[in-house]
Design a protein around this ligand. Sequence first.
Ligand code: RB5
Length: 158
Amino acid sequence: MKESPQSRIVIGSDHAGFTLKESLRRRLEKDGHSLLDVGTFNEESVDYPDFAEKVARAILSGEGDLGIVLCGTGIGVSIAANKIRGIRAAVIYNDETASLARRHNNANVICFGGRETSEDQAHAWTRLFLSAAFEGGRHQRRIDKISALESPGNSGQS
Ligand code: RB5
């Protein structure tokens, strides 16, 4: 994932994240990023896992460097996206989580709550995330342990 002004971003939301998605997409395009919007495209009620999945699969297939998913709280989309092997989705709610989600967790998807987060906050926090860099080292070791939890043999039972 690069912090260049040309980051390729895949964005999606449910109805509760729709208004914030529209604003964030426009602002990030204005910043020079390339945006792929996978919907939803209006405020009719839809199911957030469908959009978390679309964004996550687009990231894994290389269509984007960073995924952004939005629902009412950011929680539902993060739970759904994190079910997909290879996705590290982080709910962002302040400056520090925006920065550390990249520096420590190397998140490839960030999540916002349309009912919790203002347009200015979502934009500022996305810019903070993009301007940070993964620190590697002990954080890579921890991410490797997360990846090990995704192994088919790990059913959660010991
Ligand atoms: C939809 O009303 C709401 O439940 C959803 O957007 C999200 O907040 C779930 O986590």
